[in-house]
Write a protein that binds this ligand. Sequence first.
Ligand SMILES: [Fe+2]
Length: 365
Amino acid sequence: MIITPADNYLALDQWLSDKKKLLLVCDDSIRFQKKLNKKLEEIRIPFVSFSDFTPNPLYESVVKGVELIRKEECDCIMAVGGGSAIDVAKCIKKYMNMSGDGADGKWLKENAPSSVIPFLAMPTTAGTGSEATRYAVIYYKGEKQSITDEGFIPDTVLMDPEALKTLPLYQKKATMMDALCHAIESCWSVNSTDESSEYALNAIKAVIKNMDAYLENSEEGNKQMLMAAHIAGKAINISQTTAGHAMCYKITSIFGCAHGHAAVLCDRILYPWMIKNDRLCIDKRGAGHLNKMLNEIGLALGGKDAEEGAEILAGVFAKLELEIPEASGEQMEELVKGVNPVRLKNHPIPLDEETIRQLYREILR
Ligand SMILES: [Fe+2]
């Protein structure tokens, strides 16, 4: 269920009406947190806040959250924030009924399903779409842990465009590009379906249509972009992401670019490269299918075909004035070695090491 901006806090009141105590998992966007605390006080629901986690959240933080929800005996969870807050809340939901205290990464090895505690998510960025997916990412001993659970999809999503108003412009640009890259990669993913493609193409159109209003921080622009990112999340929930995301994580860790910034650095080069190489397609549906999807992306971006779509994507990237990092030879090799092999499997054209190296040379300076 999605609670739209028009009726949001009334519906939150309703959602909370049969609950006794809320665990509020929220990141440190302090100003918005204040507004929310005030709302919860008005609604008169007892709640306890949990913010003891960082971006790229650690398993240890989830363990602390589980300790808290058990001690406070909360009967519902509300996550407010970007992807990190929502992912932490998902993992607290999953692990809260598992045995023991989770020491030594124990819960990561258990394959029990998530608890069924009521779960509401409120995204405060229009980007990750985490509130629409069955995936969560946390880190244990420096290793990324990708966790999948059907119970991760919140029963209710609350959207308040005001949450986006105080986001720094760079974060707004980068998160929007994350949503756009989710939608684009979803279209060409080997796992795409008619349903995921419909979500993805609608998300691309919505990002393009509402970009200016969103960057000007209008309420309508922010509202529409929240919805676009959510729909893109629904698309990757089915199709997953592909080479752009496989290649962008290391760009973030080496150069410190925001995730969406790194993703569009990659996809603006990958898209035209794929148009030139679609005959190498390994998608079971054949090169004709891939060719059709590349054209559909182009049309959704506002062009007349794939080539024009690629030009529009390059134009969007230029307009946002996102930096292109300069990589040394050593960093280039680190990037090539750091590509995520799991996501690469979703890509419709095989990428060998030398191709990846060449692509990185175009992606970076
Ligand atoms: Fe992403």
